[in-house]
Write a protein that binds this ligand. Structure first.
Ligand SMILES: [Fe+2]
Ligand SMILES: [Fe+2]
Length: 167
């Protein structure tokens, strides 16, 4: 599967998890969040490493949007990390927890829509199917590792190993 399709499926899963948490009773939120948090972290890391960084290098000054997006993405991911840290300091049964969580959901919804609608079509055009398929290999390895219970850094490490052969 190509890298953007792999990433799009992760977006769908993240949105489903957002809805599940929003609809869950307060005493179940912490458990659901403990599962989602590393998934979000891994997603942003692999996007950056296997798609946005290399595509920015490839396009150089030819495409200002893609060139700038690499840095903008990092900034938005850091912003999300800040909200995630604040969520981590609160008790999930505290009313402020869901308020912070909603801030994250709003931010991530906007982030995901921008990626899918504005950034990815440009990447697809730039890279074409062959390169997207190759970039999809480390992404799929990271996802499979995470599903098998690997930590974010383990899953990322395995993807890096795969990427050595894929590029
Ligand atoms: Fe992202
Ligand atoms: Fe994404």
């Amino acid at each position: 599967m190509d890298a953007l399709e792999e990433l799009r499926q992760m977006h769908i899963q993240a949105k489903e998890a957002f809805h599940r948490i929003e609809g869950a009773p307060p005493d179940q939120r912490a458990g659901l969040w403990a599962k989602l948090r590393p998934e979000l972290e891994l997603h942003e890391k692999i996007e950056e490493q296997f798609v946005y960084d290399p595509v920015a290098r490839d396009v150089g000054p030819r495409d200002e949007t893609l060139k700038a997006w690499d840095g903008e993405h990092e900034q938005q991911a850091q912003e999300a990390d800040g909200i995630i840290a604040r969520i981590g300091e609160l008790d999930a049964k505290d009313g402020r927890w869901i308020t912070e969580f909603e801030t994250l959901v709003t931010m991530m919804d906007r982030h995901i829509a921008h990626e899918e609608q504005d950034i990815w079509p440009k990447i697809r055009q730039e890279w074409g199917e062959d390169k997207l398929e190759r970039a999809g290999r480390p992404v799929s390895v990271a996802k499979a590792a995470a599903m098998g219970g690997a930590s974010v850094s383990e899953a990322f490490g395995r993807a890096m190993e795969t990427a050595k052969d894929a590029f």
